[in-house]
Design a protein around this ligand. Structure first.
Ligand SMILES: *[C@@H]1O[C@H](CO)[C@@H](O)[C@H](O)[C@H]1NC(C)=O
Ligand SMILES: *[C@@H]1O[C@H](CO)[C@@H](O)[C@H](O)[C@H]1NC(C)=O
Ligand SMILES: *[C@@H]1O[C@H](CO)[C@@H](O)[C@H](O)[C@H]1NC(C)=O
Ligand SMILES: *[C@@H]1O[C@H](CO)[C@@H](O)[C@H](O)[C@H]1NC(C)=O
Length: 660
């Protein structure tokens, strides 16, 4: 979402920040009343009591088509309120859509700078507002002193709710509007559904609530003109409060620029004037300091512009995604990229330690010359950085330097799963059945989260043992999502260069080049078979009927017992019920017909023993063996795979990964 080419350059922002106190018109935001800046942060109010401040976008916005049909709209903004005292007494703020650029002759205190006693509730106001109220005003029927409300034409909310959000389980969790930390409000109006949804959330929670805090069925068209202004208003009462405004977006466009990518830490309530008066003597010193500040800020700007040659920060990256690391920081953390952990399909991985926290990190260096695709990829990282699940490797941040992209992850001490899986290497202890079963369940729950439980569907695109990382307690975490997509960009027409790994790619992915949740399920099916059998899907040197693991499992299943597909070592200590379910589910998920594969939510239920496998499964899976598909696949890969009349394969060249 949310990029604009209209963001002013660094220098404009710098000047805005430095000279905010004298000039109240800031590019595209008109600040009125007590609106200004506190320590460089934009605020709607100052320490003045009983005043109000407004900040409005200077351009008039279209809310109706020329034929008078209301359009849908979306607004997201970030704010924080720092009260003078951590007790009641001050007033809140509101997002406002109004026929005028700011409200003239409004009142402070309980009117929030939007209405006054005379016009409150008048139908001719044509004002829509979402209030974040920190005072309980009985005259307007307020429910408490920490609530969110939807208001039309007056201070009495049509609906309101205590401030908070619904978590992933649907439980209400309250948030304090005066905590001083950054909060996010999203307002969605769908004209088709004539519904307004308001969601309050804390960006630090990492996920966006599915269920809105407020949902109001209301056609807004009678209240809106064709064109209206949008902005914010806030007021103070006998107790002060600073209302910080951070970034806001309307219909996906950023309207308040902000250079800082991290979550800001807002200054505490400023000390009052009387205290300041005591240090008049220090004024000359302050002036000198100010001059020094201007000088250093300007030199910082030149430094930054110079650095831009190598350290790329593009306008569209200004988004609230994951943390952006400085190259210098990563260079230091990895001791100059000395300790190589491994080399994956997409680049090298280095071990590092973050200075300060001593947290161990893994830094992946991916070279990518063209910035084509990079933009979409980074938009996706912004998404990925907000994903939180115990079985997903956490992406801590990224850095772009020269032609390279650096991705910073949590460090996983036991490396990737492929090192443990296939036996063979003597220095690795082989996994027990219960460890294997746990790993399968861990990865399944992470994948179900990506497919079903997040704000949008995230497709992993490259599920395989090498992308599953193991921590010191042998818990498994899925890593490397999104990277396959980066390599897909610009290759879509050529099916031969679809990214992914041979053997884990579903037949339809080879044909269409379009990854789906179904292609992820396919790869997960193969993964389940490999982990539970302790061998690779494709063993060119095996007995002909055993070359393709999935076919071999079906073969054993037809002949009596599917469990014989697993290695002897596993069969010595397995739990028969579990192994049988995992193998059958693996065969089902890696079926070449997409419609036969279950979705990940179902897979998790079956693994947890909540649901059971369907009846007559063997009839479903045995219709067509995988061998036929490998024959077709071989042609694409330029290797010879032939299937004999009995359904067995011969391979004349070893197969490797595709598309790299
Ligand atoms: C008004 O215009 C929009 C497109 O601009 C169209 O989708 C809609 O059907 C029109 N409504 C009427 C009542 O003509
Ligand atoms: C301004 O608002 C006050 C009430 O707060 C009202 O008495 C006065 O008439 C208003 N003035 C204008 C010009 O609307
Ligand atoms: C509403 O406002 C209009 C215009 O300002 C005014 O003429 C009218 O009397 C007001 N109505 C009420 C009920 O106060
Ligand atoms: C608003 O919320 C309701 C209830 O959660 C949901 O069904 C609806 O799709 C939402 N509408 C929009 C426009 O987000």
């Amino acid at each position: 979402m949310i990029m604009s080419s209209k963001i002013p350059s660094h220098v404009v922002v710098l000047i805005l920040v430095l000279f905010s106190c004298t000039e109240h018109t800031h590019g595209k935001l008109i600040m009125q009343g007590s609106a200004g800046f506190v320590k460089g942060f934009r605020t709607l109010t100052s320490t003045k009591k009983h005043t109000y401040g407004q900040a409005f976008h200077d351009e008039i916005l279209q809310f109706k088509n020329s034929n008078g049909t209301m359009t849908s709209f979306s607004v997201t903004f970030f704010f924080a309120i720092v009260p003078q005292h951590k007790r009641k007494g001050s007033h809140g703020m509101a997002f406002v859509i109004s026929p005028t650029r700011g409200m003239k002759n409004a009142s402070a205190d309980q009117y929030l700078g939007i209405f006054n006693k005379a016009n409150n509730g008048n139908r001719s106001n044509h004002i829509f507002a979402v209030e974040l109220d920190i005072n309980k005003d009985d005259e307007f029927g307020d429910i408490d002193d920490n609530h969110v409300g939807i208001n039309i034409n007056g201070m009495r909310s049509i609906v309101s709710a205590p401030a908070g959000y619904y978590d992933q389980e649907g439980h209400f969790r309250s948030l304090s509007l005066i905590s001083g930390s950054l909060l996010r409000v999203t307002i969605l109006y769908s004209h088709k559904d004539t519904q307004i949804n308001v969601t309050l959330s804390s960006p630090e929670e990492g996920y966006y609530p599915k269920k809105p805090l407020l949902s109001l069925k209301q056609d807004l068209s009678p209240y809106f003109s064709e064109k209206m202004y949008a902005g914010f208003s806030a007021s103070t009462g006998s107790v002060g409060a600073i209302h910080y405004m951070w970034v806001w977006f309307i219909n996906g466009y950023i309207t308040v620029p902000n250079l800082d990518l991290g979550i800001p830490k807002f200054p505490s309530y400023p000390i009052t004037k009387t205290k300041v008066a005591l240090i008049v003597l220090g004024t000359s010193l302050a002036l000198a300091l100010f001059a020094a500040l201007v000088a250093s800020a300007l030199s910082l700007f030149y430094y930054k512009r110079h650095m831009k040659v190598m350290e790329v920060l593009e306008e569209w990256e200004i988004e609230c995604g994951p943390h952006r690391f400085a190259y210098k920081e990563l260079f230091k953390a990895t001791n100059g990229f000395k300790q190589l952990l491994g080399k994956g399909g997409f680049g090298q991985v280095f071990k590092g330690t973050l200075p300060g926290s001593n947290a161990k990190i893994a830094v992946k260096r991916v070279s990518h010359g063209s910035s084509q695709g990079m933009r979409e990829f980074l938009a996706e990282i912004a998404t990925i950085g907000r994903l939180r699940h115990p079985n997903l490797v956490r992406l801590l941040g990224y850095c772009r330097y020269n032609e390279e992209l650096y991705l910073v992850y949590d460090y996983m001490p036991n490396g990737s799963l492929d090192r443990y899986l296939y036996g063979g290497s003597s220095d690795q202890e082989e996994l027990s059945w219960s460890q294997r079963f746990k790993i399968i369940k861990d990865v399944a729950s992470a994948l179900a989260y990506l497919h079903h439980e997040w704000l949008q569907v995230v497709i992993h695109r490259d599920i395989k043992p090498a992308n599953v990382l193991i921590d010191d307690k042998m818990n498994a975490s899925l890593g490397d999502f999104g990277l396959a997509k980066l390599y897909d960009q610009g290759h879509e027409a050529q099916t031969s260069s679809v990214a992914g790994t041979f053997g884990y790619m579903a037949p339809e992915l080879m044909r269409t080049g379009r990854p789906t949740t179904g292609t992820d399920v396919y790869a997960f099916g193969v993964f389940m078979l490999e982990v539970s059998c302790g061998r690779k899907l494709f063993e060119p040197r095996a007995e002909p009927e055993e070359i393709v693991l999935a076919d071999w499992a079906i073969n054993r299943w037809e002949n009596g017992d599917i469990i014989e597909a697993a290695s002897e070592r596993i069969r010595r200590e397995y739990d028969k019920g579990q192994l049988e379910v995992v193998l059958k589910l693996g065969v089902l998920c890696s079926h070449q017909a997409e419609e036969v594969r279950p979705d990940m939510a179902t897979v998790v239920k079956i693994l947890e023993g909540v649901s059971e496998l369907p009846d007559n499964l063997l009839d479903v899976v045995r219709t067509e063996k995988l061998g036929r598909w490998y024959e077709m696949y071989g042609k694409v890969l330029d290797v010879e795979v032939t299937m004999e009349s009995g359904g067995n394969l011969t391979v004349t060249e070893p197969l490797t990964s595709v598309g790299r």
